[in-house]
Design a binder for this molecule. Structure first.
Ligand code: GRF
Length: 182
């Protein structure tokens, strides 16, 4: 399957997905809403086709049409969101129904949205983790395809926990994407 990855920043999950590309899936394109996203430069230097489109100064429908057009022109069949910090419209989701995956740094359905690690620590949870799920119109709400857990340790800060979770994200996402694409 040809995969298009949407990012907004660092792109460490994108790198993990690219490193595991092979028979199950290949990376056709990396696109970003932030032209200066570090992950975009990494993709370009690693021979992956890239596309940058800032949504600033245009209607959301026009922004998304540009993304959609570029993904389809690249032959993308599956979209993997990897730190893409923008909500996709209901129309976009409907046009790619069941073909968009996301990684979220919590054990969904807990802690949808932002600041997941701080919220897990504040709640006194013993475990945290990450989830790969199908993207639907409901934020972080689609079918869960896989999860990985890590312990929350005494004295954990959100940053320390995020780092522990991120290591699991890098293991989980390629594995789930490969299984999904197969
Ligand atoms: C990850 O923690 C991911 O779960 C969340 O945003 C972060 C993106 O990090 N959605 P990166 O850009 O993949 O390094």
């Amino acid at each position: 399957k040809r995969v298009g990855i949407l990012i907004s920043g660092r792109g460490s999950n994108m790198m993990a997905l690219a490193a595991a590309a092979g028979t199950a899936y290949e990376i056709a394109l990396v696109a970003s809403d932030k032209p200066d996203a570090p992950g975009l430069a990494w993709a370009a230097t690693h021979g992956i086709a890239t596309f940058a489109q800032s949504p600033k100064g245009m209607p959301k429908a026009q922004y998304e049409a540009a993304i959609d057009h570029t993904l389809r022109a690249a032959g993308v069949e599956v979209i993997a969101l990897a730190g893409y910090m923008r909500l996709l419209s209901d129309d976009f989701v409907a046009n790619w129904r069941g073909q968009i995956l996301n990684i979220h740094p919590s054990l969904l359905p807990k802690y949808k949205g932002l600041d997941t690690h701080a919220r897990a620590i504040a709640a006194g949870d013993a475990v945290a983790g990450c989830s790969v799920h199908i993207v639907t119109e409901e934020l972080d709400g689609g079918e869960i395809l896989g999860q990985a857990q890590v312990p929350i340790l005494p004295g954990d800060t959100p940053d320390a926990l995020a780092e522990r979770v991120l290591a699991e994200e890098h293991r989980l996402y390629p594995q789930i994407l490969a299984a999904f694409a197969a």
